[in-house]
Design a protein around this ligand. Structure first.
Ligand code: ZN
Length: 256
């Protein structure tokens, strides 16, 4: 009898943290209000991609598109966004149709979007008046940081150049650093990542302010950071889940 071939097991990854749908999110529009389809061309040269989206969906979720559709695109039904990244618009496109920023997790169960792309989606949503998109990017960032259990410190300069003080994107990263990261790379050169990390001054300033705000409280969770004595640790995911909506989401004002 032939022995069955050994199946190769896909690498195990931490299952994606399930998050509740934001209760203050903009409800989807009535399909009867979708209106005509607009052709949106995004990017330049070889990266250029074309998307076909209902005008009503674009303007429902973004105040920028709402104004632009009214002012100038109404008749031509075409839009060119030369300076935008097609991958970012693709995520926006998926999200307006499905409520998710990607189609499916990759074969090993990982979030298929890399960290810088998630930041870009947030910054795009911020610039285009799409608060719900920003919230979706924050949720996905939390899921990805939890899944990979890594503080993504490589692109802080990009984030700080493209966001303002008080931005939820900054806040979630500052909090995650405080909860989970020990900055050993700053004091021990051997711990330094191959790629040189440059921490923006503003990031450190916000970190100090956040530490001061803890006052006599211990670091919120001491998260997933097993203490040598086997002390009690709180799982970061359970700690952060109930806080996400009130702490990191910007909610659109309900219609008057
Ligand atoms: Zn919310």
């Amino acid at each position: 009898m032939a022995t069955p071939e050994k199946k190769e097991e896909p690498p195990k990854v931490k299952p994606l943290l399930e998050l509740a749908k934001c209760s203050k999110a903009t409800p989807p529009p009535n399909p009867e209000d979708y209106g005509p389809i607009i052709t949106v061309t995004v990017g330049n040269w070889s990266s250029k991609r074309e998307f076909h989206v209902y005008e009503g969906l674009l303007s429902h979720y973004s105040s920028y598109f709402k104004a632009a559709v009214k002012d100038c695109w109404g008749n031509s039904k075409t839009v060119e966004l030369k300076d935008d990244n097609p991958e970012v618009f693709q995520a926006f496109f998926h999200w307006v149709y499905t409520g998710k920023l990607y189609f499916a997790l990759d074969a090993s169960g990982e979030v298929p979007l890399h960290f810088p792309l998630i930041y870009e989606i947030y910054i795009f949503g911020d610039a285009r008046g799409a608060l719900d998109l920003c919230n979706a990017a924050i949720d996905l960032l939390i899921q990805k940081m939890n899944q990979e259990w890594a503080f993504p410190q490589l692109h802080l300069s990009y984030i700080y150049e493209n966001t303002l003080t008080g931005s939820a994107l900054r806040k979630v990263l500052v909090d995650f650093a405080i909860d989970t990261f020990r900055f050993t790379d700053l004091v021990d050169p051997s711990q330094r990542a191959k790629e040189m990390v440059s921490y923006p001054h503003e990031f450190f300033a916000e970190l100090v302010v956040a530490f001061m705000a803890l006052e006599a409280e211990p670091i919120p969770s001491c998260v997933g950071y097993a203490t040598p004595s086997g002390g009690k640790t709180l799982d970061w995911a359970s700690f952060i889940k109930p806080l996400i909506c009130s702490r990191y989401h910007d909610h659109p004002a309900p219609p008057a």
